[in-house]
Design a protein around this ligand. Structure first.
Ligand SMILES: [Zn+2]
Length: 552
């Protein structure tokens, strides 16, 4: 394992949020009992080295996710701002602050992570993290049904690679716009220092628009949307401006060339955008709404056009056999935006029948049904009372399961043992999203705190003692599977990017050679381990959502 993890083992014993806590927030550290035998803990001021709080560790937990015997040090009652260390039986934890707005800088950094992913323009995050304009020239691939060149229209590089994929853009952009609608107080004045800063849009919406413009550019005249724009295969670990492979608009290879999931995702996101951008740029909002309507009509007329990579293409597939949930999402968002009955009718007729159990889980790129249900229930429009009640009930039931898991987990996260998959940190982020939506339906401080437990887990309260966000916390990971971080000649990675996190299933050569341990340990800070340590826009998006809630 690389340096950061070795350090983590050395400091071990005490694990907490490395960004600290707000004075009024819950504050719980996990203590690994193999490293400590006494049950008393102290919180000491770093500047004075005096004891400001004493307590006893909680009950012993045999934590299945880590295999550790753990106990909780709860110091929520300490509300005085300052910088502290936790001490148990001679072990000293890392310093952490108790401060007003402890997650403000993290929110800005995670959102600026999207700016760093921009394609088609020069990027400069400061500190040497920059590149000139990239991937300006594109072309229609033969599989798209069209030919000839296409000019670049923006978008974010998807992940560690330089591809752009509509389906993954859909959930990412949708999640970010949802954060805007639910937590405007945290985002309206967020300063991102991007080229558009000072313009008519708030910085947050300006950054999101960069990707919306690209999504719009992949919509054909008939309303359908091509699946992705990538080279035919991945380039090496080089800077984006050095990638000279043609950036192709890629289709299904046969009529109608566009795909249902991509088209319905665009329809859903553009319907949200019409609401968000209306107050600032009515013309753009109208463009988004028109694109949403056209996309919806196309998707409903072509409900089953799935995508798999054509033979000559080996970039990400984002193939999804089921596009019903994408159409459900587009229908619900269009109804929320317009109130028109055709959209509501399509949504309601696709819901499980009355009497059938409605199950709601956290969303991900291939399952956007939760977003459909939640936008319907959160809409100010009256809607169908019984459908709304079923959605509310199913969401609160799912939130209850997550809260119970968090109580049982030694490190407080909401992950089931089976959730330690590729991108498990985003599963945790999306489970927080579920809890935060549930909190909108039935305000509950405990649900908000459980949602924050996943933030604590991601930035330090885990068995590795690592912060899984680059350049955040005292012990951040350092070697993401991310081409610019590898190729820029700077030791530290690009800031504000979330690692995929522990993955018990493996999926790359490095991961597959690791010794099998309980799932939370199945992570390595190695650039080659893409199944554990890649970054991706659909992982950063729920992180931004969670941080927006934490700052609201
Ligand atoms: Zn690019």
């Amino acid at each position: 394992m690389a340096n950061s993890s070795g350090e983590a083992e050395k400091s071990a014993g005490i694990f907490l949020n490395q960004l600290g806590y707000s004075p009024s927030g819950a504050k719980q550290a996990t203590v690994r009992l193999s490293d400590a035998t006494r049950r008393e803990f102290q919180v000491r001021s770093v500047t004075q080295d005096d004891v400001v709080f004493k307590g006893r560790l909680g009950r012993t937990v045999s934590d299945a996710a880590s295999g550790d015997q753990t106990s909780v040090a709860d110091f929520s009652a300490l509300r005085t701002t300052g910088v502290y260390r936790l001490q148990v039986d001679g072990l000293r934890g890392d310093p952490f602050p108790i401060a007003a707005r402890p997650y403000a800088a993290a929110l800005r950094q995670a959102m600026r992570g999207f700016y760093g992913q921009r394609c088609g323009c020069a990027v400069d995050l400061g500190g040497g993290y920059k590149h000139p304009v990239c991937h300006v020239e594109g072309a229609y691939h033969a599989t798209s049904g069209k030919s000839g060149p296409i000019a670049n229209h923006g978008g974010w590089h998807d992940a560690g690679d330089y591809g752009r994929y509509v389906v993954n853009s859909g959930i990412s952009t949708g999640t970010l716009l949802w954060a805007w609608e639910l937590y405007p107080q945290a985002l309206r004045r967020l300063s991102l220092d991007i080229p558009e800063s000072g313009g008519k849009l708030p910085d947050y919406l300006a950054e999101v628009r960069w990707n919306l413009e690209w999504m719009l550019s992949l919509q054909d005249a008939d309303g359908g949307v091509w699946h992705k724009q990538t080279s035919e295969h991945f380039c090496g670990f080089i800077m984006p401006q050095d990638d000279k492979l043609t950036s192709y608009v890629i289709g299904t290879g046969e009529t109608p060339y566009k795909s249902t999931c991509a088209t319905a995702d665009v329809a859903a996101v553009m319907a949200i955008a019409a609401r968000c951008y209306g107050p600032y740029d009515a013309a753009f909002a109208q463009r988004c709404l028109a694109a949403a309507r056209k996309g919806w009509t196309w998707a409903v007329a072509h409900p089953n056009v799935t995508f798999t990579n054509p033979p000559s293409i080996s970039t990400g597939g984002y193939g999804d056999e089921h596009c019903g949930d994408e159409i459900l999402w587009a229908s619900a968002e269009l109804w929320r935006t317009t109130g028109e009955p055709q959209y509501e009718k399509t949504f309601l007729s696709a819901m499980p029948a009355n009497g059938a159990v409605l199950t709601i889980t956290e969303p991900d790129w291939s399952n956007v049904a939760p977003m459909a249900y939640w936008t319907y229930v959160l809409a100010e429009r009256r809607g169908d009372a019984s459908a709304k009640e079923r959605i509310r009930e199913a969401t609160l039931r799912a939130a209850g399961v997550l809260m119970e898991r968090s109580r049982k987990n030694g490190y407080g996260n909401t992950l089931a043992l089976t959730d330690y998959i590729w991108g498990s940190n985003a599963v945790a982020g999306n489970q927080s999203l579920l809890l935060l939506v549930a909190d909108q339906l039935h305000a509950d401080q405990a649900m908000r705190e459980t949602a924050l437990n996943n933030l604590h887990y991601i930035v330090g309260r885990n068995c590795l003692g690592v912060s899984w966000v680059t350049q955040l916390g005292v012990r951040p990971f350092e070697h993401p599977h991310h081409r610019p971080s590898a190729a820029d000649g700077i030791a530290a990675p690009w800031p504000g990017l979330l690692s995929g996190g522990p993955n018990a299933r493996g999926g790359d050569a490095v991961a597959d050679q690791m010794q099998k341990r309980p799932p939370m340990w199945m992570w390595i800070d190695d650039q080659r381990a893409y199944s554990m340590n890649e970054i991706a826009i659909n992982w950063n998006a729920p992180l931004v959502f969670l941080l927006a809630a934490a700052n609201a």
